[in-house]
Design a binder for this molecule. Structure first.
Ligand code: G1P
Length: 275
């Protein structure tokens, strides 16, 4: 069973400067909710209640967000605004949050390895909060857990992209699993290839279910693209042994790590709100 979800949240968010100079990028709001709260809600929808967050310097606001603010509670008690805290209060009461700091920024693989002490020896989910996912029915992570239950190996979420964008993503090659139209057995994975080197147009998005052997593999994984330890490279070791499934999910995903994607997400949720 997958009981824990890891949120790598130590990055600098330089694409959103100056907004992210003193505010974690994970706290940027789409409408009134910070990005990381959407991620935590998605995990909870998948019945995961233990949130493990990898933070870094300047990320205190994330811890404060998932905590009670007594002063604020006192200020708005019995006012018409009190209901605005209901959602986050409920979330806090249903989940536990633990934190560890990534001291040096050595890549996503390194961030995930930093989470080992919070995860231990069990399969776990990973959500990159700047990929904001939404679906009318089962959340993307919930869908992936169903896939994990069937295959019992690492699962990555993929989506088809314009091949010109391949250098922004991990890109996979794989063969459809017999009898399915959305599940691939992965044979190759490359981190941010140029279009001419991309093995396909199927890109990894920020949702993973990882088996705990990934930690030992990460320890042995040398820095790759951009001189960072890449989770894509560690997963390739598992894929070579036939142990990675890529799942083309149902739903929409917004790249909130870019200004364009962030505006798109904001418009989408605003339209939804206004009905
Ligand atoms: C990371 C991963 C990449 C993946 C992407 C999804 O890259 O390294 O393989 O495709 O997330 O958002 P980042 O966007 O952190 O550079």
């Amino acid at each position: 069973m997958v009981k824990k979800c890891l949120f790598p949240a130590a990055g600098y968010g330089t694409r959103f400067l100056p907004a992210t100079k003193a505010t974690p990028k994970e706290m940027l709001p789409v409408l009134t909710k910070p990005l990381i709260q959407y991620g935590v809600e998605e995990a909870l929808e998948a019945d995961i209640k233990t949130m493990a967050i990898i933070t870094g310097r300047g990320k205190r606001a994330i811890e404060d967000h998932f905590d009670i603010s007594y002063e604020l509670e006192h200020q708005i008690k019995d006012t018409p605004k009190e209901h605005m805290l209901n959602e986050i209060r409920q979330l806090i009461s249903q989940c536990t949050f633990s934190y560890t700091r990534q001291v040096e920024m050595k890549g996503l693989g390194h961030a995930i390895l930093t989470g080992e002490t919070l995860i231990g020896n069990e399969p776990f989910a990973v959500i990159l909060a700047d990929d904001l996912c939404t679906n009318q029915n089962d959340s993307v992570l919930k869908q992936m857990i169903d896939v994990y239950d069937k295959y019992q190996c690492s699962i990555i979420a993929i989506e088809e992209i314009d091949i010109k964008e391949s250098d922004k993503y991990g890109v996979i090659a794989g063969k459809l699993v017999d009898g399915t139209d959305n599940t691939y057995r992965v044979s190759d994975m490359v981190e941010k290839p140029d279009p001419e080197d991309a093995p396909s147009n199927m890109a990894i998005i920020g949702r993973y279910i990882l088996t705990p052997d990934i930690f030992d593999i990460l320890r042995d994984t040398q820095p790759g693209k951009n001189d960072e330890v890449q989770i894509t490279d560690a997963l390739l070791t598992q894929a070579t042994a036939g142990k990675v499934i890529a799942y083309k999910f149902n739903g929409k995903r917004f790249d909130c790590g870019s200004v364009d994607g962030f505006v798109e997400a904001t418009n989408y949720f605003y339209q939804k709100l206004k009905g």
